[in-house]
Design a binder for this molecule. Structure first.
Ligand SMILES: Nc1ncnc2c1ncn2[C@@H]1O[C@H](COP(=O)(O)OP(=O)(O)OP(=O)(O)O)[C@@H](O)[C@H]1O
Ligand SMILES: Nc1ncnc2c1ncn2[C@@H]1O[C@H](COP(=O)(O)OP(=O)(O)OP(=O)(O)O)[C@@H](O)[C@H]1O
Ligand SMILES: [Mg+2]
Ligand SMILES: [Mg+2]
Lengths: 227, 227
């Protein structure tokens, strides 16, 4: 379960302060499928980075599975990020000097999985995003959408209990997007929690709940009847 | 006018070769508004980089305004890229250590515009993409869609005769996308040529012609009645 209270994140820049989040109260149960929408600059990625334990709030509380994240030691946070959370970054965040396969293997390397098993699982994840024939390409030898799909494969390779996907289809054509949403659906049906940031309504419509962020606040939070 | 004949681009990777473009014949008249669509990995960005004189083909010919680009000296290519072409990159390509304002000023610095005028024109371009209040932020202090809009402002600041925009709205919500398409429309109405790569039909529908690329070839090329 994800529970935030009064979650605030400010960035101080010299003389001015940018308030990216101004007090977010949000509860997401285990196994939910939530879409987060809102205008460019409204605070969606900032919220995802806090939920994913990649950043700390300026004020407010964040409880993950009943534990206050602020109280957790760094090694415990690292364990949660590696074993329980899969993160698809809006800017992909791939290692420039590693092949597609190596990038997908990374979470398994951190998790201490044996080399042979991790290569097989990484290859399988690349097969699922239809990129097995690009496994030896480095990021600058891939198209924009292919880089995005490598980043998706990396997030899915650990079959995470919580998938956080920030604009996962921004660079993909409709057919490829549809295939990626099918992968998310399968992860969801296995009982995992999915949170997707998107600006595309067709993508949000796969979720059963749509949260709208505007100017750092929750503007709307409604159930979505999946068409 | 843009005219390509048998345009081919191959990437050799050790023992294998990836044929990104397999012979593209395309003619685009001055003042046209063309959308390029196609699956992820089909060759759209590779084609845009060739049209924008940022890359050279493996085979085939490319004539820009009646001149064979292959015959042009580097300083002449640099002049064309700076004065006549505006490029919105799929991965934004902003300078990490420069502010938003400075990034937008760059083409004007290369073009030898006086400091005061170039700052005013760059600020005006940022105002047009609704980012004047972020002009002092560096890229890592901006949201994904804000970085994209800085990259759009940089491409528009020279009021280019040819605008090449590669997935310009991938990270933008509908309202912001609509505003950006309004800016492109204005540039088009002033008689300039616009080529937009997109996977969103609503974006392609602003163009009067849609070219579909599939597996490195032109699969379809049709007039589009703007709704
Ligand atoms: N430097 C390179 N070395 C090897 N292969 C490359 C290189 N650049 C691109 N490719 C390959 O060429 C093909 C076309 O790439 P391109 O970037 O043009 O596709 P695209 O249509 O823009 O895709 P997307 O919609 O995902 O951005 C891809 O399959 C890609 O893997
Ligand atoms: N490191 C930072 N320093 C200063 N301001 C920042 C920083 N990171 C983000 N911001 C600002 O905080 C606000 C929220 O950013 P955020 O990335 O969360 O937006 P977003 O909703 O994900 O937008 P997009 O849809 O464009 O990706 C933006 O206005 C941005 O300029
Ligand atoms: Mg974002
Ligand atoms: Mg591309």
């Amino acid at each position: 379960v994800i529970r935030t209270e009064g979650l605030t994140r400010s960035f101080s820049m010299g003389t001015t302060t940018v308030q990216a989040l101004r007090g977010i109260d949000l509860t997401i149960q285990r196994g939910e499928y939530v879409a987060i929408m809102g205008p460019s600059g409204s605070g969606k990625s900032t919220l995802m980075n806090l939920i994913g334990c990649l950043d700390t709030p300026t004020e407010g509380e964040y409880h993950l599975n009943g534990t206050a994240v602020a109280q957790l030691a760094e090694h415990e946070l690292a364990r949660i990020r590696n074993k329980e959370i899969g993160f698809v970054f809006q800017s992909f965040n791939l290692l420039a000097r590693a092949t597609a396969l190596r990038n997908v293997e990374l979470p398994l390397i951190y998790g201490g999985v044996a080399p042979r098993e991790r290569r097989e699982r990484a290859a399988e994840a690349l097969r699922e995003v239809d990129l097995i024939d690009r496994m030896d390409h480095r990021p600058n030898e891939l198209s924009g959408g292919q880089r995005q799909r490598v980043s998706i494969a990396r997030a899915l390779v650990t079959k995470p209990a919580l998938l956080l996907a920030d604009e996962p289809t921004g660079n993909l054509d409709s057919k490829t997007s549809y295939e990626i949403m099918g992968l998310f659906q399968r992860l969801h049906e296995a009982g995992n929690t999915i949170i997707v940031v998107t600006h595309e309504r067709e993508i949000a419509d796969h979720a059963r709940r749509i949260v709208t962020i505007r100017d750092g606040l929750v503007a709307n939070d409604e159930r979505n009847i999946v068409p």
